[in-house]
Ligand binder design. Structure first.
Ligand code: ZN
Length: 295
């Protein structure tokens, strides 16, 4: 008998949207404490976790997505590199497994600038661009916010270090190379439309991917912890810049994907991160998309 497996096969899953191949790529996951919620009593969170047969404390998956069309490759977010511990930072390995060379990535779209989404841009020690031929495509409010010295001075130590300073270190080499393109909304690439969903961060953005008759929404951090925030969309997170705006926006985004019957791709939905959302009584329910053998 061959030896027993000790690791999973690569975290790569392809889904065709018309002419566009959308690939879910795992960066890994991180286990965090119940303190990540602002307004959810620990008992209630534990109940919701138990109901879904989840391990506790909350495990947050971290995904990025690749878009391939017209002979080009783009990424939506680019993983956390070395800032989130040993269970994260696996995006480069999974990119390799997906046959994507970082040098062929033409653009990195960012849902927002946070360590688990943008820390894979630059090797900070050397300033080396990890995607040497890519432009970074990001909402203008993200640049305005994270490069605002006054706001940075007012921030507590941890967010100052992990959000402001780390974000700047990631983006500056691309700015120096004139490789950052900002947007407000609308089509940012052929078939890729930016929908600003501010709240979690000021320039937090969802991207609607459309080709032929098919479309889906990559909704960034609309949900961090599906077990809790789908049942309780008003659950706010400690990493929200404006938690109340984030909660309101979550509900509006939920209603939008249901009204438009959109498949969702989520950075923190459990890998591979493709799901449908549906109304369930007075609340909502997330249904993971079924696995398909063929792309
Ligand atoms: Zn995130």
């Amino acid at each position: 008998m061959s030896s027993l497996p000790t690791a999973q096969i690569p975290g790569v899953y392809h889904r065709r949207i018309g002419e566009i191949i959308v690939t879910g790529l795992s960066d890994g996951y991180v286990d965090l404490g119940y303190g990540i919620f602002r307004n959810v009593p620990e008992e209630r969170a534990k109940e919701l976790f138990a109901r879904e047969h989840r391990i506790a404390p909350p495990r947050i998956s971290v995904n990025a997505f690749a878009l391939r069309f017209g002979g080009r490759v783009y990424l939506v977010d680019c993983g956390s590199a070395d800032i989130m511990g040993p269970t994260c930072g696996w995006l480069p390995a999974n990119l390799a497994a997906a046959g994507i060379d970082p040098a062929e990535v033409a653009g990195v779209l960012l849902t927002h600038v946070h360590p688990d989404h943008s820390n894979g841009l630059t090797e900070v020690a050397t300033g080396r661009l990890l995607f040497p031929n890519a432009e970074v495509i990001v909402h203008e409010n993200e640049i305005d916010h994270w490069f605002n010295d006054e706001l940075m001075a007012k921030a507590a130590e941890r967010p100052r270090r992990r959000y402001f300073e780390a974000g700047r270190a990631q983006l500056k080499p691309y700015m120096a190379a004139d490789r950052v393109r900002t947007f407000r909304d609308g089509e940012v690439l052929p078939g890729v439309t930016a929908i600003p969903i501010p709240g979690h961060t000021p320039g937090h953005t969802a991207f609607v991917i459309s080709s032929g008759r098919q479309s889906m929404m990559i909704w960034g951090d609309t949900v961090h912890v599906p077990e809790v925030q789908v049942a309780m969309p008003d659950a706010m997170m400690e990493f929200d810049t404006d938690p109340e705006a984030a909660a309101k926006r979550r509900l509006r985004t939920f209603d939008m994907v249901i009204a438009d019957d959109l498949l969702v791709g989520g950075m923190h939905l459990h890998f591979p991160g493709f799901a449908y959302l549906t109304k369930d009584g007075t609340g909502y329910r997330l249904i993971a998309e079924q696995w398909a053998f063929q792309v």
